[in-house]
Design a protein around this ligand. Sequence first.
Ligand code: PLP
Length: 386
Amino acid sequence: MESRHRAWAEIDLEAFRRNLRRSRQLAGKAAVWPVLKANAYGHGAVAIARVCAQESVARIGVGDSSEALQLRHSGVRLPLLVLGAAIDAEIPALVEHQIEIGVHSESRARALAKLAENQGGRLGVHLKVDTGMGRLGVRPEAVLRVARAILEEPALELRGLMTHFSSSRGAQDPTTEGQQALFFAAASELRQTLGVTPLLHCANSAAVFSALPQLGDAVRPGIALYGILPGDLEHPSGLEEVLSLHTQVVFLKDVPAGTAIGYDSRWTSHRPTRIATLPMGYNDGLPYTLGQHGQGQVLVRGQRCPVVGAVSMDYCTIDVGHVPGVAVGDRVTLIGPSGRDRLRAHDLASAAGTIPYEITCRLGARVQRVYLGGQQPAPTPAPVAT
Ligand SMILES: *Cc1c(COP(=O)(O)O)cnc(C)c1O
């Protein structure tokens, strides 16, 4: 099978659509706000956002203002929420393009209000409470004070109250329940003391796919929509991996026993064998560590072949000595099916000592994104935010 690309990722937009629908079933009454940060976890944010628009999602989560602006400039008009913290320099663009932002302090709330006022606009904000992640968000005891500050500012609209769970095991980890209890306590304090009921959202993929009860008004799954589950959660039959990753053999060489391969001779053949060189290296997002412990594997003609030697910037090497008939131009699969076998992002991640999030997020710009499906009518205008 020939390809025009040296290395490419096939992204099945219909699989994404089915995963989104599956998440909606699990979320019940809670709205699903897909998280598209890191270029939609490496899948291509614009293409994924178009599917989200076709499916009439109410809101999309992104990582920072540059990601939000990229979507705006590509014609995505859905409400966008920057999940993290803004730095001062980002604020004017957020106001100009009506991008919502998480608020973590009174001083940031005041600064946002001032800029929104100066530009004659209003800005939707989501107050983030730190219930145990320990990264961003106000402490639970400061929620009332910061909420009051937001409510005092006519240029700000308090649209949401959010928190983020630290566990990759969702309901299977008792810390999740503890965080959830603190979160809903803060929400009822807001309601009882200040009479406000912003949208409540706390759940990531792990929480949704471990059947955590009481999800609030919306959930924010990321990785699960791409068909990958975090941590050691069982892979439920309802999700399909959206991305497959391929390259092709560019060079083949028969070597005798005792041949050192790659930088620092990290691997030496102990029998005569055949080495295939692949035009994909760490600049394309392959982890350098993949070749280190002999754990990394790829599929050629449906057979598993070990990555041998250190991964270099533009290339890596595999041992194909046991696979008959390998030729230059053969497709090599790093994630996805080949013959009757299949590798998952999880396999690549565990071989490299990392998590599947890092594998897809770090796919390089040279890896061609090839989209399958998604040929639907152009995005419809943004629905009203809920
Ligand atoms: C990344 C992120 C998510 C999505 O997490 P997944 O584990 O990919 O589902 C949700 N909320 C916030 C605040 C995030 O930063």
